[in-house]
Design a binder for this molecule. Structure first.
Ligand code: HEM
Ligand code: HEM
Length: 169
């Protein structure tokens, strides 16, 4: 039942993906590479790459699952611009999550193959930092929007967030 497209809430799997990714992302940022020289350590770089490959695989699985089975909880009468904005922010977060992990992987492979000090490496690191910072911006807007919906009590917050739920009418 919960696997059908609907407007009345997300399935358990959708919530697991959403909140599981918040944890995975916070972990990824917390253990971020502070200095490129850390990659000299073979065990460290191997771990980074394996973590990122798993992250990428789960991200693609999540994207396919969400796009084929779930729908935004925005009420039907939501203005077009607002629906579009939500779509842009949601898709943008997927794009920058993918951009961060793909550029990270590219850094890893460039390092592995001996391009530590190349122009290419500098460009990819700059992109990696740009993607993560744009992602922070979108996550900030996303949380702001979620809070706005909670105050509006239109059901969007409670469809995804397990705490501070609105009272059911
Ligand atoms: C790393 C942080 C986060 C990311 C990357 C993220 C990403 C997303 C994405 C991509 C969606 C669209 C549905 C999907 O494809 O899964 C979504 C939906 C949602 N998220 Fe987040 N989220 C984050 C954190 C949060 C937090 C902290 C909250 C609440 C305080 C929140 C509240 C919601 C709500 C209410 C929806 C449903 C929106 C709708 O139905 O249109 N998210 N999130
Ligand atoms: C999901 C995966 C990843 C996340 C979430 C992530 C996150 C981050 C963050 C938050 C920063 C700091 C950016 C800033 O200061 O603005 C960073 C920098 C960096 N990351 Fe990643 N990263 C990931 C994957 C990787 C991988 C796979 C590698 C390479 C093996 C990598 C190599 C680096 C390097 C070299 C820097 C720059 C350090 C410096 O400024 O010298 N990252 N990453």
């Amino acid at each position: 039942m919960s696997l059908y497209k609907n407007n009345s809430g997300y399935s358990k799997i959708a919530k697991l993906f959403h909140w599981g990714f918040v944890l995975l992302f916070v972990y990824g940022v917390a253990k971020q590479v502070d200095d490129i020289n850390q990659l000299e350590d073979a065990a460290f770089i191997r771990f980074e790459i394996i973590f990122s490959l798993i992250f990428l695989f789960l991200l693609i699985t999540r994207l396919i699952y969400m796009k084929t089975t779930q729908k935004s909880s925005l009420p039907k009468d939501t203005p077009r611009v607002q629906k579009m904005s939500a779509k842009i922010v949601h898709n943008g977060m997927y794009a920058f999550l993918a951009g961060t992990v793909l550029s990270g992987l590219l850094i890893g492979y460039l390092f592995w193959f001996g391009f530590q000090n190349s122009l290419m490496m500098n460009i990819v690191i700059t992109l990696h930092e740009l993607f993560i910072n744009l992602l922070y911006l979108l996550i900030g807007i996303h949380i702001f929007a979620a809070t706005f919906h909670r105050l509006k009590k239109d059901g969007v917050w409670s469809s995804m967030v397990p705490i501070f739920k609105e009272n059911k009418k």
